[in-house]
Write a protein that binds this ligand. Structure first.
Ligand code: A3P
Length: 346
């Protein structure tokens, strides 16, 4: 009797033991497989491979911010780059100018889109001979890591006014999309002056008044040799670009409207870049202290542009402003005509 009970007990223990070992093995295997899958899942699941190019769920934004930020900072290994399928891609669109038009605001705001990855620094590849001589691979290596379905955008406002740039960009990619953000030309010229003035003051240097630079003291006419004036003659620069690219490859952003009402301007850019509309009012909030719209990426992360954006302009003699506006008027008309975008500048 006692022997039978012992055998029964041993069999029970054996069954329970094998059940426990089996469950343990199953758990180990499951956790192991999850471990291997986890880093890959977000990429495949969220961007759905090459077939669903147009689909970028908003969740991807958070993922992009966290992970891509780490990649940009270089806190990742080659293995992780390979595992996540990340690449450094040449830009599919470039913000070519105009200086002081709101180029930084435009780039940062477009970067809110989950399918867009910005090159944070101005690379000055096409306008700087020394950089250009380093070759296209050097340029590509300056680009941030991105998923293949995303598009990289860079901005270097000097491109717009530099003679050699259109041909060089054309040689890289003749179907590239080109963004130009413009402001009312006189305001832009004063903004340009204000930036230079601040640089001089930082170095304790004195500088001319805007009026003295903008108006030729001998003729009392607008001084077209002054760079800030020349840059604001948008049509002259655009005409050089049109020797290489058809007008359909350009999109004009109204920089004055981007300040007061950014969303509709960004929606036009999304359309131009064939991106699904993803930037919403949630992503943009007005900061009364700054007097500008700031960016909200998610519930935790938001930011305003640096203090160097949105400087207070010096007072300019109203008669000089009137003279400049009169001077720019015919060029503006031509610009509207060429681009098909009327901006109602005075
Ligand atoms: P001001 O400093 O004259 O106001 P860029 O980035 O091309 O240098 O342009 C700078 C201009 O961007 C600023 O010119 C500012 O008016 C404009 N801007 C547009 N949106 C802005 C924003 N959300 N925050 C700060 N500046 C913005």
């Amino acid at each position: 009797m006692l022997f039978k009970q012992q055998v029964w007990l041993r069999q029970k223990l054996l069954v329970l033991g094998s059940l426990a070992v089996g469950s343990l093995l199953y758990l180990v295997a499951r956790v192991g497989s999850l471990d291997r899958l986890q880093p890959i899942c977000p990429v495949e699941g969220r961007f759905g491979g090459a077939s669903s190019q147009a689909e970028f769920p908003l969740r991807a934004l958070q993922f992009k911010r966290g992970l891509l930020h780490e990649f940009r900072k270089g806190n990742t290994s080659k293995e992780q780059v390979r595992l996540h399928d990340l690449v450094q891609q040449l830009p599919k669109a470039i913000i070519i100018g105009v200086r002081k038009g709101g180029t930084r605001a435009l780039l940062e705001m477009l970067n809110l889109h989950p399918a867009v990855v910005k090159a944070s620094q101005e690379i000055h590849f096409f306008d700087n001979d020394e950089n250009y001589a380093k070759g296209i691979e050097w340029y590509r290596k300056k680009m941030p890591f991105s998923y293949p379905q995303q598009i990289t955008i860079e901005k270097s406002p000097a491109y717009f006014i530099t003679e050699e740039v259109p041909e060089r960009i054309y040689k890289m990619n003749s179907s590239i999309k080109l963004l130009i953000i413009v402001r009312e030309p006189t305001t832009r010229a004063i903004s340009d002056y204000t930036q230079v003035l601040e640089g001089k003051e930082r170095k304790n240097k004195t500088y001319y008044k805007f009026e003295k630079l903008a108006i030729d003291s001998h003729t009392c006419e607008v001084n077209t040799k002054y760079k800030a004036v020349r840059t604001s003659i948008y049509t002259k620069h655009l005409e050089r670009w049109l020797k290489y690219f058809p007008i359909e490859q350009f999109h004009i952003v109204d920089g004055d409207r981007l300040i007061t009402e950014p969303l509709p301007e960004l929606q036009l850019v999304e359309k131009f870049l064939n991106l699904p509309p993803r930037i919403s009012q949630y992503n943009l909030y007005f900061n009364a202290t700054r007097g500008f719209y700031c960016l909200r990426f998610n519930i935790i992360f938001n930011k305003c542009l640096a203090g160097s954006k949105g400087r207070i302009h010096p007072e300019v003699d109203p008669s000089v402003i009137t003279k400049l506006r009169k001077f720019f008027h015919p060029f503006n008309q031509k610009f509207y005509q060429i681009t098909g975008r009327t901006l109602n500048w005075p």
